[in-house]
Design a protein around this ligand. Sequence first.
Ligand code: NOJ
Ligand code: CA
Length: 537
Amino acid sequence: MTSNVPDWLNEAVFYQIYPQSYYDSNNDGIGDLPGITAKLDYIASLGVNAIWINPCFVSPFEDAGYDVADYYQVAPRYGTNEDLIQLFTEAKKRGIHVLLDLVPGHTSVQHPWFQESQKHEKNPYTDYYVWNDSIWEMSQKDLPVVRGYAQREAGYITNFFWFQPALNYGFAQRDPRFPWMQPVDATGPQMVRQEIKKIIKYWLDQGADGFRVDMAMSLVKRDPDKLETARFWRWIRDWLDEEYPEAVIVSEWGNPAQAIPAGFHADFLLGFNCPGWVSLFRKRGQGHWHDPYGWSFFDESGHGDIRQFLDEYKSYMDVVKNQGFIALITGNHDETPRIANNKSLAMMKLIYLFLLTMPGTPFIYYGDEIGMQFRELPSKEGGYQRTGSRTPMQWSDEPNAGFSKASAEGLYLPVNPAQDRPTVADQDKDPDSLLNRVRELIKIRLSLKALNADAHFEPIYAESGKLPFVYTRAKHGQKLMVALNPSSQQVSVTLPKDLMKISPNVLDAPDSANITPTDDGWRLTLGPVSGALYQIH
Ligand code: NOJ
Ligand code: CA
């Protein structure tokens, strides 16, 4: 068993909800918290047992809510704090855990802390942010400065967009030429740390089950190995283990080898830092801004290379084993395009077989369960290229795809206008739909111990440029084998004799899949774009 990790996380399947775009309960054109609550029966019908909601707090929304102006207050456009607590209660009734989104690295310039901090007179908030000491001082490469937006004669360091001033956690490596770079134990950084802890405590006490943590690696500046940033999170985690042992923190770090030892229960593989992850689904000139070249592993050409993913994955696994989990996502509000773009139904089903049989913590981004597509759209609230991955959930054939009864022009973002856009209502009725396949696979995952997050994982056949990809999972004497063929050609491989003593039980496989003993070993054949799940003995 993984140390100090709540049991529920070991069996968790997450669903990420972008609240703006999920369901509009009061017909003002934007999704809201009562809208999520209204859809909890649907969410439960997927079989997921946890959700993560993007930031839903008071904000000017210049970065879709990642510019928080009040950490303790739900944004009016989403409802009230009571609505959020109601969502916790209703989710709990259905066995669904709820993670909020914590943004500890920066606030909005409208946050009262910043409004005080930027004043000429010294006050308790003066050192809450990273300020230099001259309005004429320019940015350094790793420290972008905004000049001319404060009363005090200084510029502030930004963490992301210009209106997201970096909270002050101090500098791990200080430069004597710049005395404004404070040490991590200075008063300002220490006060900021207490503020973040207080926010976490507040929402856990209201009934939240934990947090996805935005830019978790960004806190301490000039911290090359992230050791000081990790020290902060370790302090938070030790306190959680003591006071809130069921709470979970999942990081946006993109480097589990740093994030898990730092104290996170799980960390995402993400486009900006994980080319191996990108190589699974988002290559082949599909315009992924990180690495558009080459072929995805999940490509019908069969030209992909599983080692690009696996070498990266294994290097993380070797570090995090028994401490925490790697979170594999279908996508999120930043990744573009959506996963289903340019993929067939068969390919999407195969991808879910992979995602839901791998170790760690799977996250399904809302809409990816029905194969929603990405469209290019003008930027909204700082979305830029990401905007097209954030369109309204497609519920039905009603106006606005059942997302809202507001006029189409009044929607937060336009609904995909395509005639054949996928909807929940259509796929619900169709036993062969992606939606019903996802439900089936989640059910399978939750019924087998060997598919727990912490169950043993071993690649059996994973050769560069070759197919299929075969791996085993095992726990408490239960052993499974998964084989995947993304190519449009039938593929075969001979697996070692000692892999199993007798022929395996088919748990989930099409008729085209076949496994037979031969003198050399087990001969496995898979039809085009298909996979199989076996129990082996
Ligand atoms: C990562 C979030 O996922 C993204 O949407 C946001 O723009 C930045 N962090 C800044 O908070
Ligand atoms: Ca609304």
